[in-house]
Design a protein around this ligand. Sequence first.
Ligand code: PRP
Ligand code: URA
Length: 219
Amino acid sequence: MTDADARPHPRHEAIRVVDHPLITHNLTRIRDRDTPSQRFRELVGQVGALLAYEATRDLNLTPVQVHTPLERCEGAQLNQPISIVPILRAGLGFADSIHRLIPDAQVGHIGMFRDEKRLTPVPYYQKTPPAIADGPVLLVDPMLATGGSAAAAIDLLRSCGCRDIRFICLIAASEGVAKLAAHAPGVPIYTAAIDRQLDKNGYILPGLGDAGDRIYGTA
Ligand code: PRP
Ligand code: URA
């Protein structure tokens, strides 16, 4: 993928819609209501890893030397601790595949669900790695709807001292993009799609339905 494949969006300078045929193909399967839970879970993980690939494109490297079986070789390695923080539950659908991409990353968890009437986030769990503030944090959740959950999770990470926070989602609603543009303009958003609007229950249109329910078969 090149930078040209990660387009900015007029409503948020720091949003990147990652445009790639594999992402478009898999996102279409993910949206399809006939895709069964196991396949849905696999596809969400695969697209999450592709989005993380783009979100980590500018990570800092330090030069190192290694010895191949034949001779000395100049190389480079990541020089900061990287953290992956899924917002439970649906964020777990991204966490394992991104962790496989960055096996040395540390993983934190933020538990949050939306109050169904008010559509406001209700936090219920938090566990962050001790060195989380020392490097980039990939905050991951497939759905950005009103943006309330992502904004609350960003506040929580900032209260831990995190400065380099990157939000990765599968689908962003325009309302959520606008909310994060106002609340956290310095936090880049990496997404596979920006969808039209929310319905009266706060679901993204066209969206994919309830991500957590489809991942875990709880619908
Ligand atoms: C979903 C989703 C986000 C949140 C997005 O979680 O995974 O965390 O809604 O909505 P928002 O942008 O309006 O805050 P949900 O509350 O359904 O919990 P779950 O992942 O446990 O199913
Ligand atoms: N959370 C979801 O899982 N889906 C939506 O459409 C909105 C919030």
